[in-house]
Design a protein around this ligand. Structure first.
Ligand code: MN
Length: 250
């Protein structure tokens, strides 16, 4: 069993170290992750410049590129081996609802979708407190990976796992969820740089809007680990007939 570990917070982030520690003993672990924080990178590939790779220590590689670059390289030629599983995270912050589209953590998992078994993205909720329970997220990452090894799901799933920021004994269990969605984001924040030029910061994401009982938002807010199976197909199948009629002028 060969497991590829990546993330979007960078190869030195606490979360990826916690994930590596949690998965120890389940197989041969290799980290290939960005050299720095690339959160929000989504599924971007670096196409305009060459992608450079460095070795930090045995089994740990950093890439001057995006999370998608990392996994793409790792499974398409950086090494002479094939991986069975990609596990991404543990992201320092939740990836719920619309976050999934922007997330580099989810993108890294998604890039592993052609592998035989599965890809898993693990994210730890931000709840406004300073204490970070990466060990709790690591515990559930291991449970899920163990289960996937023992009983692979077909067709190959991409699982997005979101863990409440709580000590392990306060987690109520795991729930399979669908993505909810957020209210519109807060406005961009305007600031002035030291040279007097106007700059902008992207503002915080909106609160959960569709946070109904079966959603990822609801599970995490109520102390459950949320497990959402994702699909890459963005087609809105139910609209195909409507758009066909609309194009034909009917
Ligand atoms: Mn991140």
């Amino acid at each position: 069993m060969r497991i590829l570990i990546s993330n979007d917070d960078g190869y030195r982030a606490k979360g990826i170290q916690a994930l590596h520690q949690a998965l120890e003993g389940l197989g041969e672990l290799t980290i290939v992750a960005p050299d720095r924080n690339r959160s929000g990178a989504s599924n971007s590939l670096t196409l305009d410049v060459p992608v450079r790779v460095g070795k930090a220590e045995p089994g740990t590689f950093f890439v001057l590129g995006t999370p998608t670059d990392c996994v793409h390289l790792a499974i398409s030629g950086l090494f002479d081996v094939d991986y069975d599983l990609v596990v991404s995270g543990i992201n320092d912050g939740e990836n719920l609802g619309d976050d999934t589209l922007y997330s580099g953590t989810v993108a890294a998992a998604m890039e592993g979708r052609f592998l035989g078994k599965a890809a898993v993205a693990v994210s730890l909720q931000h709840d406004g407190t300073r204490e970070r329970h990466f060990a709790t997220a690591g515990h559930f990452a291991r449970l899920i990976v163990e289960r996937l090894i023992a009983a692979p799901i077909q067709p190959t799933p991409i699982l997005s796992v979101n863990v409440p920021n709580l000590p392990l004994d306060q987690i109520k269990g795991m729930r399979v969820t669908r993505l909810g969605n957020r209210h519109r984001s807060e406005k961009v924040i305007r600031a002035t740089d030291p040279r007097g030029r106007t700059v902008y910061w992207i503002g915080p994401s909106g609160a959960g809007q569709d946070a109904g009982e079966e959603t990822d938002f609801h599970a995490v807010a109520n102390g459950y680990v949320s497990v959402t199976p994702l699909s890459v197909d963005l087609t809105r199948h139910s609209e195909i007939g409507t758009v066909r009629g609309w194009l034909a002028g009917q």
